[in-house]
Design a protein around this ligand. Sequence first.
Ligand code: C5P
Length: 232
Amino acid sequence: MQLEPRDRLIVALDLSSVEAAQAMVAKLGDTVSFYKIGYQLAFAGGIAFAHTLTAAGKRIFLDLKLHDIGNTVAQGVKSVAKSGASFLTVHAYPQTMKAAVEAREGNLRILAVTVLTSYDDADLAAAGYDFTVPELVAERAAQARDIGVDGVVCSAEEAVKIRTIVDAKMALVTPGIRPAGAEAGDQKRIMTPAKAIAAGADYLVVGRPILAAPDPKAAAQAIVAEIARAKT
Ligand code: C5P
């Protein structure tokens, strides 16, 4: 997959209002071409804002982690496609993935969330699964591949293993990225941008290291420069 370094950075707009998101997008300017909108902003006017950003030439990742009966997922995916978004997440359940893949249209690509990164083996057991996290991640990545999903959201640590399961056409999108010296926050499995790229990540999702930086544009530029220097 040949991508410009700048286009591999996805900035998570984890902000509480469209005004705050607009101000951040203005600060970042041409340094950032791709934004992720999750629950916090999506439910505060962020879907309409996604239309504004796509109309202005930005790419959008709607991190809505859909999961419902097939028909409901399919209708939701059709509506999301109209926003011009490039990526949409769904939970990696076969019915859900199949419905989303069949309903996608236009620019929209479907990403599967295998196992949430906040889950450990005990959380899976409590939810009724008889799998460890690595086992379930591998099983769901293989199902995503077989169903024709376009990519997988995974920790950079998981990327090497997942790349052995899915082919190069599938995008690996990795959060939990921290430039050397940055605060981990609540992320348990973190990697630097260069290491994540070397591990096989196609896109890096970065929130707080940019949003909370004294100079967000400089922080984003430093990450893009690190991506450009990284060995793939
Ligand atoms: O601020 P930070 O860089 O940790 O933000 C990471 C972003 O990636 C957040 O929006 C978070 O919800 C998202 N994410 C994640 N782990 C996942 C899926 C999404 O951290 N497994």
